[in-house]
Design a protein around this ligand. Structure first.
Ligand SMILES: [Zn+2]
Length: 72
C-alpha cells in the first residue's frame, strides 16, 4: 500500500492525534478491561489508533504500564 492509498483509506471517524491524547489514558484502561467496549465507546479513537503509528505506540506503552501496575 503506497502513501496515497493510506491517505484515501483514512477513516472519516478518525478524531486526530490531539483528541486521542486527551482520552488515551481512559481508553487504555478500557482496552485493558475489554477492548470491544473500548472500541464501541470511542470509535473515533479506535479508528485513529488503527491509522496512526505514534499514537498506537503510546497506547501500547500505557497498556504496558497498566499490566505492570496490576502485577502483585
Ligand atoms: Zn495520532
Amino acid at each position: 500500500m503506497n502513501e496515497l492509498d493510506v491517505f484515501l483509506c483514512t477513516d472519516p471517524r478518525d478524531v486526530g492525534c490531539d483528541q486521542v491524547m486527551e482520552v488515551l489514558h481512559v481508553y487504555a484502561e478500557l482496552v485493558a478491561g475489554d477492548p470491544t467496549t473500548a472500541e464501541e465507546r470511542y470509535p473515533g479513537v479506535a479508528a485513529h489508533l488503527r491509522a496512526c503509528d505514534p499514537c498506537g505506540t503510546d497506547l501500547d506503552g500505557l497498556l504496558e504500564l497498566l499490566r505492570t501496575a496490576d502485577t502483585p
